[in-house]
Design a protein around this ligand. Structure first.
Ligand SMILES: Cc1cc2nc3c(=O)[nH]c(=O)nc-3n(C[C@H](O)[C@H](O)[C@H](O)COP(=O)(O)OP(=O)(O)OC[C@H]3O[C@@H](n4cnc5c(N)ncnc54)[C@H](O)[C@@H]3O)c2cc1C
Length: 350
């Protein structure tokens, strides 16, 4: 590990000032992602500004929705009764990620800001434009079964690994920040960037900009998160999806869909959402929406399997949320949020 300074900030303003004045300084919250990057030599900050000294975060009502403090733990958010009942996909996504011990420490801001699990990014011996701009992309011609279907570039084909981020994108959450330039609100689907020619920039946050809270807007529909991974626990999504449906009697008034494990950011699919609006929920409709959602996918050498897998997963999530197929496990549990291993879905194409 490389030497660095460590400092615990006592307030948000102090944290921002400490990071903003030093180009290679960075924040650390739960540390469950950041410390791995330090140990692996992937990230070499000059200073770590610890947020653990800031006032503890809370979950509080806000304009009919909820405000979640940035330092609220993933466990506390997943277990919160209102999140389980009104924002089920958020609870399900959290419970589908990492382990109990990690979720007890990981924070609401740190989770969506964790960096890609691309193995070439995590190996300083490999070229990676995200780690060392201009060095190349080993994943393009390498083993890319975990990589992107949408929005990739010739510089980077990595995916964003956060389960929580996918649910927050589908629910149109908002991110509250404070930074050197003042405070602002960022629509969650706009937080992460596509790689383009600057894949080292994961988000639109400026250097020293601190997330202070995540807001969930008022929502009276139902939401659901499903994730497929290589093994039953402790694995990142191969493909995942979060769906949010608002019904008007027997018709879908509004649908929102975000896909995970397929792009450099949670991938909203407006064309598939539009296809559902105003329609009665049926399996045929959901198959058409899933077809549409993946119509523009551009598979790499080893990740073509994600297309039928993702379509199947999305159909299943829509069937379960609309009551046309029973939930496997109670909503809000890791069991409901995670379906089998890879084989199960691939071997049952629709
Ligand atoms: C074995 C293992 C398995 C895992 N499996 C999964 C999984 O299946 N799904 C999943 O989603 N995640 C998984 N994770 C990742 C885990 O969820 C993240 O490590 C965790 O959520 C990060 O939160 P943290 O508070 O520890 O962030 P940290 O590690 O402290 O920070 C992460 C990043 O966020 C920045 N940051 C933190 N707080 C703020 C803030 N308030 N404002 C601005 N920047 C900030 C830091 O500078 C850093 O860049 C796994 C992790 C491990 C170790």
């Amino acid at each position: 590990m490389n030497p660095f300074h460590y400092q615990r900030a006592g307030s948000a303003a102090e944290a921002v000032a400490l990071v903003a004045r030093e180009p290679a300084a960075t924040f650390i919250a739960g540390g469950t992602s950041e410390v791995d990057l330090l140990k692996e030599g992937v990230h070499q900050p000059s200073r770590l500004v610890d947020l653990a000294g800031l006032p503890p975060g809370t979950i509080a009502p806000l304009n009919g929705g909820l405000r979640l403090g940035a330092s609220v733990s993933n466990s506390a958010a997943a277990a919160h009764p209102e999140i389980q009942q009104r924002y089920t996909a958020v609870s399900e996504a959290l419970l589908a990620g990492a382990s109990t011990q990690i979720r007890n420490v990981a924070t609401m801001a740190g989770n969506p800001l964790q960096r890609t699990r691309c193995p070439y990014f995590r190996d300083p011996g490999q070229p990676c434009n995200k780690r060392v701009p201009g060095s190349g992309c080993a994943a393009l011609g390498g083993l890319n079964r975990m990589h992107a279907l949408f929005g990739a570039s010739s510089s980077c084909v990595a995916t964003q690994p956060s389960d929580l981020a996918v649910a927050l994108a589908a629910l149109d959450a908002q991110v509250q920040t404070t930074g050197p330039g003042g405070s602002r609100t960022i629509a969650f689907p706009d937080l992460h960037r596509l790689p383009g020619s600057t894949p080292h920039l994961d988000t639109v946050l400026e250097h020293g900009e601190l997330i202070t809270a995540i807001d969930l807007p008022a929502f009276s529909g139902r939401s659901h998160y499903l994730k497929v991974r290589d093994r039953a626990s402790y694995a990142y999504a191969l493909v995942s999806c979060a769906v949010a449906l608002e019904l008007d009697g027997t018709r879908i008034r509004r649908a929102r869909i975000a896909l995970g494990g397929v792009a450099h950011k949670p991938w909203r699919v407006p064309a598939a959402e539009a296809l559902l609006a105003g329609q009665k929920p049926t399996e045929k409709l959901f198959l058409a929406a899933a077809e549409r959602a993946f119509a523009d996918a551009k598979p790499l050498d080893h990740n073509g399997y994600k297309v039928p897998m993702g379509r199947n997963l999305l159909v299943r999530a829509l069937l379960e949320i609309s009551g046309l197929q029973p939930l496997v496990g109670p909503a809000g549990t890791a069991f409901a949020a995670s379906v089998g291993g890879m084989g199960g879905l691939v071997s049952s194409p629709r």
